[in-house]
Write a protein that binds this ligand. Structure first.
Ligand SMILES: Nc1ncnc2c1ncn2[C@@H]1O[C@H](COP(=O)(O)OP(=O)(O)OP(=O)(O)O)[C@@H](O)[C@H]1O
Ligand SMILES: O=C(O)C1=C[C@@H](O)[C@@H](O)[C@H](O)C1
Ligand SMILES: [Mg+2]
Length: 184
């Protein structure tokens, strides 16, 4: 756990979910937002809506560097201009220094932490819609998984997501967050 910026009241800070592709950021983020009665924003979905195409198409038509720039612009602005939201990042968003710093300084960052063996069970469900997986061998994906884990470790809270379903995880997170708001 790392120190938080105290200028924004705790209960107004964005709750930001990070973690590897398929860890459950979108699924759990939506459930958590409903439970806390907060608006939900998913970086990938917002970008898809703005550009009128899925992330896979943005990668194909514009290339990954363009996607990363769009992702950086969207998320750094969001961190500076918005409060009291539940925000799910894309799996790679946190790898960009500016996004990481903006999230850590303005929000409460939750790392949804999944073990490799559990992630493998989700592979088939992910491959069609995650362009980064499509060009890699399983060994290369495992390498990416391990290298990103080091970066995700820069967070405020780590939540193990291997052994529970999304509803249980969102409920546990909501309870912990409500308690922290009451203690403010
Ligand atoms: N705790 C869980 N147990 C079992 N399946 C889960 C769990 N969390 C998510 N899933 C499933 O894993 C898949 C990926 O989930 P989701 O899209 O929420 O991941 P994500 O972290 O948002 O991925 P990305 O970084 O690519 O956006 C979905 O099919 C979802 O139903
Ligand atoms: O882990 C990643 O780099 C990505 C994850 C997805 O959420 C999308 O943002 C995109 O497919 C890239
Ligand atoms: Mg997602």
């Amino acid at each position: 756990m790392i120190a938080m910026n105290t200028e924004i009241p705790l209960s107004e800070k964005n709750i930001i979910l990070i973690g590897f592709m398929g860890a459950g950021k979108t699924t759990i983020g939506q459930l958590l937002a409903n439970k806390l009665d907060r608006p939900f924003l998913d970086a990938d979905q917002e970008i898809e809506q703005k550009y009128g195409m899925p992330v896979t198409e943005i990668f194909k038509c514009m290339g990954e560097p363009a996607f990363r720039q769009i992702e950086k612009d969207y998320l750094t602005k969001l961190c500076h201009n918005s409060r009291s939201k539940v925000v799910s990042l894309g799996g790679g968003s946190f790898m960009q220094d500016e996004i990481r710093q903006a999230c850590l300084s303005s929000g409460i960052v939750y790392h949804l932490d999944l073990q490799w063996e559990e992630w493998l069970k989700r592979f088939e469900a992910l491959i069609g819609t995650r362009p980064l997986l499509q060009s890699k061998s399983l060994e290369e994906i495992e390498e990416l998984f391990n290298s990103r884990k080091i970066v995700y470790a820069d967070n405020h809270y780590t939540i193990a997501v291997d052994a529970q379903n999304p509803e249980q995880i969102a409920e546990a997170m909501a309870q912990q967050i409500r308690v922290s708001w009451q203690q403010e």
